[in-house]
Design a binder for this molecule. Structure first.
Ligand SMILES: [Zn+2]
Ligand SMILES: [Zn+2]
Length: 389
C-alpha cells in the first residue's frame, strides 16, 4: 500500500512529506492506521545531528566488531496510537479493530533481560535502526527503490505503519488516542524516571531538571510517589508554570539558582533524588547535578546526550566520600507492556494528568512547524492529529 509520511534525508534538513510504500504484514506483524503521533525530542536528534556518531565513537564500535547503522532516509516518529487494520499469521495479542499504542522497544519477552523484568533492555534494542524487520530480517518500508529505516522500528509520522506485534500494546477502547500516544514514550519515560527509576520515597525532596514533555511527568510521578518537595528547573517560564500545575512545589530558572533554593528547602542536606530530563543531556550538567544530590542520594540521566565520546567532569571525591549514585535510565526503568495500561488506568481514574500535556495539534504536513515549536520551547507536547483535515 501507499501512504503519506514524513521522511528525513539528512542532518540539518527539514522533514519531507513523501509517498511511501508499505508491504503487507507478514508472520508476527501488524498494519496499524495511525490516529495520533507525538512529537518527541528524540526524533529531532537526527535532524540536529546529535544522534550521529562521532568518528572517534564509530571507530570504537567497529573495533568491537559491531556495525555502525545508517541513519537515512529515516521514516520518523515513535510516539503514537491508532487502530489495527490487518494482522499477519501468528499474531495473538491484537486483532483488527483493536486500539493500540506504540512501544519504542519491541521487547521479545524471552531474552535474558525480558525474563528478568527489564524489557527496556531487550536484545531487540540492537535492531531499532535496522532497515529490516525484527521478525524475519526483510524490509517492509520503502521510498521509491530504497528501503527506509523507521525510527525505533515504528515510524509514526505516517498514515500507516507495518510493525512487529511486539511494537504495539493494546489499549482499552475507552482511552482517547491522544492519551494512548502520550504514554507510548514521554509520559512513561518521565513517570518512571521520577518514581521507580530514581527510587523516590515518601517525604523525599526531588529535583527535576528540564520540565518539558518528559520531565513534567517526572514531576507528577515524584509527587504521586509521595515526594514532599519537587523542584522543577527550566529556563522557559511557560514550562516552569506548567510544572507547578503538575505538582512542582517550587521552580527555578537555572541549576545554579536551584542550588541555593534546594539548600534552603532541605536545610543544607540537598535533594534525595535528581532527575535529568533536559532536551539534550549536556556533560557539563553532571557536576552541578551531583552537587544538588545529597549524601547517598541518586541522580538519573534520562535525557539523550549527543552521540559522541563526552569528557564528563565529575567531582569524584565528593561522589565516593558521599556515596552518591549516578545512573543511566531507559524508558524510565518501566516495562511498557505493564506500565502503559497501569498509567492509562490512573488517567481514567483522574490520578494522572494527560490531556493537559498537549499544547498544540498539527496536520502531518505541518510537521516542520511542530519541530520549530519544540525547539523554541513553545510546547509541552505537540501532537500530529491524522484525523484533522
Ligand atoms: Zn520519545
Ligand atoms: Zn527481550
Amino acid at each position: 500500500m501507499k501512504c503519506q509520511a514524513a521522511v528525513l534525508h539528512g542532518v540539518g534538513q527539514d522533514w519531507a512529506i513523501e509517498e511511501i510504500t508499505l508491504d503487507s504484514p507478514r508472520e508476527g506483524e501488524v498494519l496499524v492506521k495511525l490516529a495520533v503521533a507525538g512529537i518527541c525530542h528524540s526524533d529531532d536528534h537526527y535532524a540536529t545531528g546529535d544522534a550521529i556518531m562521532s568518528p572517534e565513537l564509530e571507530a570504537m564500535v567497529k573495533a568491537g566488531g559491531a556495525t555502525v547503522p545508517e541513519c537515512f532516509p529515516l521514516l520518523g516518529g515513535h510516539e503514537g496510537a491508532g487502530v489495527v487494520e490487518e494482522v499477519g499469521p501468528g499474531v495473538r495479542s491484537v486483532r483488527p479493530g483493536d486500539r493500540v499504542a506504540t512501544s519504542f522497544i519491541p521487547a521479545c519477552g524471552s531474552c535474558r533481560w525480558c525474563v528478568s523484568g527489564m524489557t527496556y533492555l531487550c536484545d531487540s534494542g540492537a535492531l531499532l535502526f535496522a532497515k529490516e524487520m525484527t521478525t524475519d530480517g526483510t524490509a517492509r518500508r520503502h521510498l521509491g527503490d530504497a528501503d527506509l529505516i523507521a525510527m525505533t522500528q515504528l515510524g509514526t509520522f505516517s498514515e500507516y505503519m507495518v510493525v512487529a506485534e511486539e511494537s504495539v500494546i493494546k489499549i482499552d477502547d475507552s482511552i482517547p488516542f491522544e492519551a494512548g500516544s502520550l504514554v507510548s514514550c514521554g509520559v512513561t519515560t518521565g513517570w518512571g524516571s521520577g518514581t521507580v527509576g530514581v527510587g523516590t520515597q515518601p517525604g523525599d525532596t526531588v529535583v527535576v531538571i528540564g520540565t518539558g514533555g518528559v520531565g513534567i511527568n517526572a514531576v507528577q510521578g515524584a509527587r504521586a510517589a509521595g515526594a514532599n518537595s519537587v523542584i522543577g528547573v527550566d529556563p522557559v517560564a511557560f514550562k516552569r508554570d506548567s510544572a507547578k500545575l503538575f505538582g512542582a512545589t517550587a521552580t527555578s530558572p537555572s541549576v545554579m539558582e536551584a542550588m541555593a533554593l534546594v539548600s534552603e528547602i532541605t536545610q543544607g542536606v540537598m535533594a534525595d533524588r535528581v532527575v535529568l530530563t533536559t532536551g539534550v543531556l549536556d556533560a557539563e550538567l553532571l557536576t552541578p547535578a551531583m552537587m544538588l544530590t545529597r549524601k547517598g542520594g541518586t541522580c538519573v540521566m534520562t535525557a539523550v546526550p549527543k552521540l559522541e565520546v563526552n569528557m564528563v567532569p565529575l567531582a569524584l571525591v565528593d561522589m565516593i566520600q558521599s556515596c552518591k549514585h549516578l545512573k543511566g535510565l531507559l524508558y524510565g526503568g518501566m516495562n511498557p507492556r505493564a506500565s502503559m495500561p497501569m498509567l492509562l488506568s490512573m488517567y481514567r481514574n483522574g490520578h494522572l494528568k494527560l490531556d493537559e500535556l498537549v499544547t498544540r495539534r498539527y496536520r502531518l504536513d505541518q510537521i516542520n512547524d511542530a519541530i520549530a515549536d519544540l525547539r523554541s520551547g513553545r510546547n509541552i507536547r505537540g501532537i500530529i492529529d491524522f484525523q484533522s483535515t
